[in-house]
Design a protein around this ligand. Structure first.
Ligand code: DAH
Length: 342
């Protein structure tokens, strides 16, 4: 090839190139144009470079500079076009910056479930296992086996939801004590969380369905000291360093019986609406298992003794989080529940 031919080939590439680059209307088309113009192994620039080697030696320097200049021009145009085309691709539908943001809610564990999980965890560390029983329960397990006298007011239609003459919706988790004692030999250490039902009015401190956590320990040589020590230890784990007090109480299935109060978590004992100005919040009923209950379940009450408790997770959640009305717990109001999201 002669230098003149080389010059005119370079000039025509210089005139054709920009038009072709501008006409590339998509990234695919751009790639095709780039390969045709400046592709490394084929394409018009690479043809020029090949031709360069056939020129007389003295012309090669000028021709080389010419080819380089064309290459740089075309590559600058290609880059610019590529930027335009890729920006166009990202645009998508127009965004209206004045639209209100869509609300998103973060899921959370219900405060009552949080209490149950934590209580279970603490007692699990103390060697308790979980036991469960039916919510539709025989009246005998719910009352008779637990030493309720035949005329006890709790058995009144007014208080208990009867399914038929024999079946009730259990009014407490205590029947799980009897079922466990029938099924397993001591030593026994169980925790029984579950739902219970009462025909109470739905007022600020009562709900017709709520949850309870039952605890039961039966072995040789178990005393009231075990009850007090274990429940006090639990309270200090659950509430952080706190004080407990045991008040004498009565339940048909325990003797002696006691209710346990903890220092009000909201006012730390100085008195507030949550603790009704007393400084204390009752969180559970407890006592030494009545020998009659052990015998009713087939356990030798001369050999074995035990203690039990029943705790109200809703009450406990209320005192822990200073919730003013128990019904909020059952409303499923997201504005309330999302405050417990972690
Ligand atoms: N079952 C009782 C209730 O529902 C709570 C209770 C009290 C359970 C004393 C116990 C206990 O195991 O020892 O009111």
């Amino acid at each position: 090839m002669l230098l003149d031919d080389f010059r005119s080939a370079a000039a025509s590439l210089r005139t054709d190139g920009p038009g072709q680059i501008a006409a590339a209307s998509s990234l695919d088309a751009w790639t095709e144009v780039r390969n045709a113009l400046v592709g490394r192994t084929s394409g018009r620039l690479s043809d020029l470079m090949t031709a360069l080697g056939t020129l007389p030696k003295e012309d090669r320097r000028e021709a080389g500079q010419l080819a380089n200049a064309v290459k740089q021009e075309l590559e600058a145009l290609l880059d610019a076009r590529h930027t335009e085309l890729s920006r166009g691709q990202q645009q998508g539908p127009a965004i209206d910056g004045t639209m209100p943001a869509r609300a998103t809610w973060q899921g959370s564990v219900h405060p009552v479930s949080l209490v149950i999980d934590e209580v279970v965890e603490i007692f699990r560390e103390l060697g308790f296992t979980i036991a469960l029983g039916p919510e539709a329960e025989h009246a005998w397990y719910n009352f008779g086996a637990l030493n309720f006298p035949a005329d006890h007011p709790a058995m009144d239609l007014h208080d208990t939801l009867y399914l038929n003459d024999d079946l009730v919706l259990r009014t407490h988790t205590s029947p799980v004590q009897v079922r466990t004692l029938q099924q397993y030999a001591p030593p026994i250490r169980i925790l029984a969380p579950g739902n219970v039902y009462r025909r109470d009015f739905f007022d600020p401190s009562h709900a017709p369905m709520f949850s309870q956590i039952e605890g039961l320990v039966v072995d040789e040589g178990i005393t009231f000291a075990d009850l007090k020590a274990t429940l006090t230890r639990f309270a200090n784990r659950f509430f952080g360093e706190t004080k407990t007090r045991f008040r004498p109480s009565y339940f048909p299935f325990t003797e002696p019986s006691a209710e346990m109060d903890v220092l009000c978590g909201v006012c730390k004992g100085s008195g507030c609406p949550v603790c009704k100005q007393s400084g204390w919040v009752e969180i559970l009923g407890s006592g030494m298992v009545h020998p009659t209950v052990l015998e009713n379940a087939g356990i030798d009450s001369e050999k074995y003794t035990g203690w039990a408790f029943g705790l109200g997770p809703a009450r406990t959640a209320i005192s822990r989080h200073a919730i003013p009305d128990i019904r909020i717990l059952y409303d499923s109001d997201v504005r309330f529940l999302e405050q417990f999201a972690r």
